[in-house]
Design a protein around this ligand. Structure first.
Ligand code: GLU
Length: 448
């Protein structure tokens, strides 16, 4: 879809002002493509540079992270926190530790987070952070020292009413623990609501670990239900094998899906008997191993394809749950030829724009990450609620809230797409519904 001519100068400005930040350009372009229909219907949304303001982060923090490795050598990484938009609540979004992290990556993630968080209906703004630190092969001690140094700088920018980080790629329960410990020590405050994804013994929420994956499957279930279909007996492929992938597989299996493949950055495994989730959890969560280790331990039913592409495996349900731009136009054509029915993005922006176009023109149900993977951050908001009321809820109660939130997001996207003349277009529905909520709040505040 081309960008509406009224919005073209805005896109041109974003591209030139943020030169070289390709992923950020991609994320902005996709949202602006959807907003043409909004300004056609409500020209006042283009007033007061509202859209331009949404594309410009409120604050961007870049800092040095020095730490000492196990050999006693000093290492230097770069830390980032982009506080993108606080119209709906404190900045909220994860922290990513991965060698690919740079300012453009964090800006794309922060931008997506604004709309995702708005879609949840909860009082959270959008932000994202991270570092180009590579946790692969690092000892526990090195991870701890890195997290402490990262937080030593970041803590002055955080607060339960200001900015509330959580995990993302490379940041899980262990890292959140080290960062919370350092925050508490530096501030001398037991401010549980300053981070989410915490351990259950110190203020974490039940179901937060499962939430992103479970939520993505609930979203897919809702899309299928709208067509009078279900997940029972469907062959599914989930890319990745991290937190999102593992709990996507778990919920797919609980709802009767047959997950036959998953992957990591080295290759993929096909397991015609269905992925053995207990084994996968043991390999990934306990041993911190690779998918090749899973294949070796699983025995005859599993085949490991080093360097292969998981999207070559025929399936009806595809859930990209690894990283941005992991599913290309070529992969989408293969999936369509193999009869894919529904694609639900567990990762952030895993499908390239080409891939999205191919799915949509083939009438494949397509759920964009900013809607389908919102269960993680929504449950983070539930964690903040529990922290604020010094309460903790049961797993069942929390999961029921998550399920209701995901159905709500699904319905909001579907209804918005219909209202704007594009029934079934969840990309358009998500972008517009998210934007309208943020824009209303920003308008109320005047020019700030
Ligand atoms: N990193 C997750 C996301 O992309 C979760 C963020 C959070 O819980 O704050 O939405």
């Amino acid at each position: 879809m081309p960008v509406d001519e009224k919005l073209e100068p805005i896109l041109a400005e974003v591209l030139s002002r943020n030169a070289g930040e390709e992923e950020f350009h991609q994320a902005v372009r996709e949202v602006l493509e959807s907003l043409g229909r909004v300004v056609a219907k409500h020209p006042d949304y283009a007033d007061d540079a509202l859209i331009e303001r949404i594309c410009e982060p409120e604050r961007q923090i870049i800092f040095r992270v020095p730490w000492v490795d196990d050999q006693g050598r000093v290492q230097i990484n770069r830390g980032f926190r982009v506080q993108f938009n606080s119209a709906l609540g404190p900045y909220k979004g994860g922290i990513r530790f991965h060698p690919s992290v740079n300012l453009g990556i964090i800006k794309f993630l922060g931008f997506e987070q604004i709309f995702k968080n708005a879609l949840t209906g909860m009082p959270i703004g959008g932000g994202k952070g991270g570092s180009d630190f590579n946790p692969r092969g690092r000892s526990d001690g090195e991870i701890m020292r890195f997290c402490q140094s990262f937080m030593t700088e970041l803590h002055r920018h955080l607060g339960e009413y200001t900015d509330v980080p959580a995990g993302d790629i490379g940041v899980g329960g262990r890292e959140i623990g080290y960062m919370f410990g350092q925050y508490k020590r530096l501030t001398n405050r037991y401010e549980a609501g300053v981070l989410t994804g915490k351990g259950l013994v110190y203020g974490g929420s039940q179901a937060r670990r499962e939430a992103t994956g479970y939520g993505a499957v609930y979203f897919v279930e809702s899309m299928l239900a709208r067509r009078g279909e279900g997940l029972e007996g469907r062959k599914a492929v989930v890319s990745g094998s991290g937190n999102v992938a593992i709990y996507t597989i778990e919920k797919l299996q609980q709802l009767g899906g047959v997950v036959i493949a998953c992957s990591d950055s080295n290759g993929y495994v096909v397991d015609e008997a269905g992925i053995d989730l207990e084994l996968l959890k043991d390999v990934k969560e306990v041993r911190r191993g690779r998918i090749a280790d899973y294949a070796a331990l699983r025995g005859a039913s599993a085949r490991y394809i080093e360097g292969g592409c998981v999207w070559d495996v025929p399936c009806e349900v595809a859930m990209p749950s690894a990283t941005q731009n992991e599913l290309t136009g070529k992969n989408a054509r293969t999936l369509v030829a193999n009869g894919v029915v529904v694609v639900g993005e567990g990762a952030n922006m895993p499908s390239t724009p080409d891939a999205v176009r191919i799915f949509q023109s083939a009438n494949v149900l397509f759920a964009p990450g900013k809607a389908a993977n919102a269960g993680g951050v929504a449950t983070s908001a539930l964690e903040m609620q529990q922290n604020a009321s010094r309460d903790s809820w049961s797993f069942e109660q929390t999961e029921a809230r998550l399920a209701a939130i995901m159905r709500g997001i699904h319905d909001r996207c579907a209804e918005t797409a219909e209202e704007y003349g594009a029934p079934g277009d969840y990309v358009l529905g998500a972008n517009i519904a998210g934007f309208v909520r943020v824009a209303e709040a920003m308008r109320a505040f005047g020019v700030v």
